[in-house]
Design a protein around this ligand. Sequence first.
Ligand SMILES: [Zn+2]
Length: 222
Amino acid sequence: MNSENKYCPVCDQTSADFLPYGVASRPGAFCPQCESLERDRFSWLYMQEKTDLFDGRDKKVLHIAPEPCFEPRLRDRLGDGYLGVGFPDAGAGEKIDLMNINYPDQSFDVIYCNRVLGRVADDKKALREFRRVLKTDGWAILLVPITSKATYEDPTITDEEGRLKAYGKKDRFRRYGPDYVDRLVEAGFQVEVSDVEQIVPPQGIRKFGLVEESGRIFYCTK
Ligand SMILES: [Zn+2]
């Protein structure tokens, strides 16, 4: 095996290289075996190493808009406790209104939500809902891309064209800045923020196809 081969922790497979991905074509982003992206691989490593997700004990896990690379693997490892739900407008199956989650208080041990909050009109309400349905000793990983110096949203922008211009995508309601963490705190979470370099050693960063821009993990507890 070539020592420069890439290894994907999500699908547990080795590839000669990861592939370019995205409009701006990020090199080495996409796992050809399971289609994971940098942030997916970073999240997976984080959950393996820093959380109790895979300790074999029964858990209720709420996964919003499941990534195809995660869903079958989480379902397989977590069994009946795993609940993957779609976001309105996305795919088939159970849908969830994040501003009014149809589950009682303290329903879940774990919540995982990536790349969705920017598409929720009132994300602050969604964060309070996440906290409400999370068990007292549970944890949530709630991720957004940080693409701005400060969170930017303009409630006077109400059409798709305006959103595309302001936020880069027609279904977005805002761009997030590093102050995203303040929204988590305002919702009542305690937050631990981790960058790639804090979790993965340099040789791992290359091998797993991670980059500085793999994003930050926002690990939230009550
Ligand atoms: Zn993979």
